[in-house]
Design a protein around this ligand. Structure first.
Ligand code: V47
Ligand code: SF4
Length: 376
């Protein structure tokens, strides 16, 4: 789609002005972001988002080879959307797990001969697993598999660890970095708008703390990701406010790799009465993210949550990364009723999924260096 075609179409003047800005590579404002959600039809948003996606990346579509370790689902916090730490609690049972250290090392050893490049370590916020425990754990993981990129701990876990250990965020992160941690995942951001955060996750780290922790990580050379949990009780303004706070920090620090919108799933949690948004809304969120977050190189769709078919569709709505082959070790979404109940895809399957929609599959490392081109 080109600008002439968009300008000839039957859209409002404000949408025409936004399109002109996009084609001139100019940043859109907060109000314009909200207008996109309020007035933009799916195909209009898709055209703009795909224009940006192809300008930045052509058909390149990234994935990596990773696996997850979730040391525990025991959590001191009480997020209303979380099925993970709460499963069965309302039936008087608590289906808790706690991996002992040896089991974690055994998992790492099981990838000894494998070509995975990244481990993603996150879990509940366990009152007894602190900063020094995790620093030592990372050191031992690196001793077993030195080349493995360790992407670990959400800002929520880090805020708790640093508070308990009585160190600043920067000191805590430096200790983890010195023991081998490479980057931070994007979880725990949810929605920054304070009124919504108070309703859905009142007791965990604040929006300001989440942003401070990521800024501290960037300042010591640790890159990170950012997420947004959407499709519950937030407004369009809240979504744009969330993206705007991230865009502002990215201008300052430049340390974010990718933005990952996470669709709220309503299984087994305290907000189960809310319906889930439609696939049309999902695609609009990806597209508006691509249009608004002009200083984020990558927009990622987390396929285990939305399913493989929708993940393919997102590639035409601004997304250029579909996470990894994963293996079957992540539970946070399957417990909340996500599409994929045992999320694992072989390299061949992920390549096929990307090629099937006319895009070019590239295996990347955790900081987007291309490791292998699978397009031929
Ligand atoms: O912060 C919890 C979300 C996040 C539900 O950085 C839910 O590469 C939907 O952040 N419905 C943790 N979402 C996972 C995460 C993540 C995942 C994949 C890749 C990366 C990355 C980060 O999961 C939480 C929360 O926003 N979550 N419960 C739910 N019911
Ligand atoms: Fe704990 Fe994370 Fe679940 Fe919140 S989302 S209750 S912090 S495990």
């Amino acid at each position: 789609m080109n600008l002439e075609l968009i300008l000839q179409s039957n859209i409002s003047d404000s949408l025409k002005r936004i399109s002109e800005k996009v084609f001139k590579d100019e940043r859109i404002t907060f109000d314009e972001g909200v207008t996109l959600f309020k007035e933009g039809e799916l195909n209009f948003l898709g055209s703009l988002a795909n224009y940006i996606r192809e300008k930045k990346h052509g058909d390149n579509t990234y994935f990596n080879k990773n696996f997850h370790i979730e040391p525990t689902n025991i959590c001191v916090f009480d997020c209303k959307f979380c099925a993970y730490s709460k499963l069965l609690r309302n039936k008087g049972e608590y289906d808790a797990w706690e991996m002992d250290e040896e089991a974690i090392y055994e998992t790492i050893r099981s990838y000894d001969k494998s070509d995975v490049t990244e481990v993603h370590i996150v879990g509940g916020v366990h009152p007894k697993m602190g900063l020094h425990y995790f620093a030592n754990l990372i050191k031992n993981i690196k001793a077993i598999k030195p080349d493995l990129h360790v992407k670990a701990f959400t800002a929520v876990e880090l805020e708790y660890m640093c508070r308990k250990a009585k160190v600043s965020y920067k000191e805590g992160l430096q200790i983890l970095k010195d023991h081998g941690q490479d980057s931070l995942p994007g979880g725990g951001a949810e929605i920054f708008a304070e009124a919504i955060r108070a309703e859905i996750c009142n007791d965990k780290c604040s929006s300001e703390e989440w942003l401070e922790i990521h800024e501290a990580a960037h300042s010591i050379g640790m890159p990170s990701n950012a997420t947004m949990l959407y499709g519950h009780i937030e407004s369009f303004e809240d979504r744009i406010d969330h993206m705007n706070r991230l865009r502002t920090l990215q201008d300052k620090s430049g340390g974010f790799n990718t933005f990952i919108p996470l669709k709220y799933r309503n299984g087994n949690n305290q907000m189960s009465h809310l319906s889930e948004v439609s696939v049309i809304e999902d695609l609009k969120v990806y597209a508006v993210s691509r249009i608004f977050m002009d200083n984020f190189d990558h927009i990622k769709a987390y396929w285990p949550m939305i399913g493989r078919g929708t993940a393919q569709l997102t590639l035409a709505y601004g997304v250029n990364d579909i996470d990894g082959t994963i293996d079957d070790t992540t539970k946070i979404y399957s417990m909340a009723g996500a599409e994929e109940q045992s999320p694992t895809m072989s390299t061949e399957q992920i390549i096929e999924l990307i090629k099937n929609v006319g895009r070019k599959p590239l295996e990347r490392d955790s900081v987007y260096n291309v490791l292998r081109d699978y397009s031929n």
